[in-house]
Write a protein that binds this ligand. Sequence first.
Ligand code: ADP
Length: 262
Amino acid sequence: MTEVSTPLCTFSGHWEPATYLQARGLSKSFGSQQVLKGVDLSMVEGSTTAIVGPSGSGKTTLLRLIAGFQQPDAGMIELKDKVVAGPGVRVPAHKRAIGYVAQDGALFPHLTVAQNISFGLKGAGGRVGRRGIELKIAALLDMVSLPAGMGGRRPHELSGGQQQRVALARALAREPKLILLDEPFSALDAGLRVATRKAVGDVLSEAGITTILVTHDQGEALSFADQVAVMRDGKLVQTGTPFSVYTMPSDREAAEFLGDAV
Ligand code: ADP
């Protein structure tokens, strides 16, 4: 996922990648527990960032703030130079052009694969006719390497990896500019995890979609992302390329955590 971004020509004449996401000073508390303590994160358009860190360190909360499911107590979020969250500003989740894929895919169990995917399409404004939706479902299934015939099945008839691909297809149906993947591969067994990760990575890379991956798997982070952000106790303690984070961890705890990758 290293080919990045829409380049911008600056006044100095250099080509620079465009920033897609800017989060500054994000804080969030639940009751008396401060879960995020001033998080800054910047992402280049089309790039992939992996957020790693121990359970409970605030990774999912950060994703939920970016997605618009929750509002930060302090700080701001910009998407493509537009403030979507901050003091007095809260752009609702469905207007942020963000796709969210959770750990278990969270498909609607009573709907078919096609209905799960088209649920997203109808939500996108209802402008697409029935035939248009059918074509789009077929294209999305193809994109995530699932046969068109799978559209009539229900989630419980699919393997875990297939369900995650459907969840990705459903997220892609809304044509998001940013995809948030919250440990989407962790429920899969090792072989399937690698294959699904590769398939998902290829689709997102091909589509040039800016991606955040939350993962417990350090090897996954180092292989999947352009940028790795290490979160601990509500703070991003280090952000950098996989190489720099792995070879020059900011402190001993980060080194021990990342050391599990080998
Ligand atoms: P991670 O994804 O790194 O495991 P989370 O962001 O899920 O961490 O959770 C960080 C902390 O915030 C945890 O202690 C969790 O219990 C708490 N938390 C998260 N969401 C809520 C909520 N809606 N209400 C109360 N506490 C929450």
